[in-house]
Design a protein around this ligand. Structure first.
Ligand SMILES: *Cc1c(COP(=O)(O)O)cnc(C)c1O
Length: 294
């Protein structure tokens, strides 16, 4: 079988090469960011925590009054088909539901037919492994949770994207945004942890409940570390012993510089390393991963 090695997509009930997957420019997913999505990764031919990602996806859709005509089993099978068509052993696999198009002449969201898409493309890293991340704490506020619930995975990313431009201008690689009280929240597609005196800290509220974050919380407990779910101030983050970002796009990503402050002498810290190695080990365990039948 010939593989679509640049990626494969599911659109209009068909699997096509990623370059052929096109949507209507009138879809509200495009016009209004009226969409929700989830991303699961495939590592060495296995989905990691697919059930968790699917649960979050269905829950996000429900909160947005969206629905798809597929059961979890069917969704699993569609995602597998995308990966199989790509032949990729390491992949970034996305599922998206958009509001779709309203009836002609209408602006009533209830008249929209929701659209579902999925695709598998080569694995994406927030930053390349080994290199610690240089993080910038932006002064920009993340859209408040009262306006757009961050627990729903969403594409309201203008704040994140402008934060990224700010990060590049200041010599960094990516940025985290703050809330109205000046507490660090999250960045474009990642949660954040800081470590001080072997105690981990991560923002409790106003962030996406990341599956990688959840995995770190479980691993930290197993390894006997205390985790505080609380407010993380920029100055506190800058004075941490270690820090890392968590995302399906790269796993546990060490942070070795925050603003102008070098963290742990610019090298990956021991707790981060322990968690990182345990995280990747889980990828072979049947309890956490599901093999793809290529
Ligand atoms: C996807 C995402 C994350 C990370 O979640 P994972 O489930 O670990 O991939 C964190 N923050 C935001 C805003 C995200 O979109």
């Amino acid at each position: 079988m010939k593989h679509y090695t640049n990626g494969a997509a599911f659109i209009d009930q068909e699997i096509v090469p990623i370059s052929e997957a096109k949507i209507s420019i009138l879809d509200w997913g495009f016009l209004h960011s009226d969409a929700t999505y989830d991303v699961v990764h495939v590592w060495r031919g296995r989905f990691f925590r697919l059930n968790d990602h699917m649960e979050r996806f269905y829950s996000s859709m429900e909160k947005l009054n969206m629905a798809i005509p597929y059961t979890r089993k069917e969704l699993h099978s569609i995602l597998s088909s995308c990966v199989k068509a790509s032949g990729l052993r390491e992949a970034y696999v996305e599922m998206i539901t958009t509001r779709g198009l309203p009836e002609p002449g209408s602006r009533d969201p209830r008249t929209c037919t929701n659209q579902f898409f999925a695709f598998a493309i080569p694995f994406i890293w927030i930053t390349k492994p080994q290199n610690g991340l240089h993080l910038i704490v932006s002064e920009r506020q993340r859209i408040p949770a009262e306006s757009v619930d961050p627990v729903i995975k969403n594409y309201h990313w203008l704040d994140f994207v402008m934060g990224q431009f700010e990060a590049f201008e200041r010599g960094g690689e990516t940025a985290v945004l703050i809330d109205s009280q000046g507490n660090i929240k999250e960045g474009p597609g990642f949660n954040i942890f800081s470590i001080k005196d072997s105690v981990l800290k991560t923002p409790a509220k106003g962030v996406l409940q990341g599956i990688t974050r959840k995995t770190v919380l479980e691993l930290a407990t197993e390894n006997g570390f205390t985790v505080i779910h609380g407010n993380l101030k920029p100055e506190e983050a800058r004075s941490s012993d270690e820090a890392f970002a968590t995302s399906t796009a790269g796993g546990i990503i060490p942070i070795t510089k925050i603003d102008d402050q070098i963290i742990n002498g610019g090298i990956i810290g021991p707790i981060t390393k322990t968690l990182h190695d345990s995280y990747w080990k889980l990828h072979d365990e049947p309890k956490y991963s599901a093999a793809i039948n290529y």
